[in-house]
Design a binder for this molecule. Structure first.
Ligand SMILES: [Zn+2]
Length: 111
């Protein structure tokens, strides 16, 4: 278990406490953890590819030939899961806004 996950587990356990002070501390830690995680997603949207470990290629065992990684397409990087969720939320928000603008234009007769 990584240290950050240990802190997360302790914070979740604190929120379950009957003691109000401990519970509030747990919620504060959870909020800080979420904000930190969100900031890291914005700062570092990519992580090393799991299949090639960031190399972008695989090497064959016998001929020592290289072939491009099929997961990352040779870049060695993939989007983090949280960043994929952020991008999906952005797409949904833009689509809803475009639909609202389209409806408004229909009501106003296109003027
Ligand atoms: Zn890869």
């Amino acid at each position: 278990m990584t240290p950050s996950r240990l802190v997360l587990a302790i914070a979740v356990l604190c929120t379950l406490s009957d003691n109000t002070q401990v519970s509030v501390t747990g919620w504060l830690i959870l909020t800080g953890y979420a904000l930190l995680h969100f900031g890291l997603l914005l700062a570092y949207p990519f992580k090393n590819c799991r299949a090639c470990k960031g190399a972008g290629h695989h090497q064959s065992k016998f001929l020592r030939a290289y072939r491009t990684c099929h997961r990352c397409g040779g870049t060695g990087k993939t989007l983090r899961t949280g960043r994929k969720a952020l991008n999906a939320a952005t797409r949904v928000r833009r689509a809803r806004r475009a639909a609202a603008n389209h409806r408004r234009d229909q009501v106003n007769g296109g003027t």
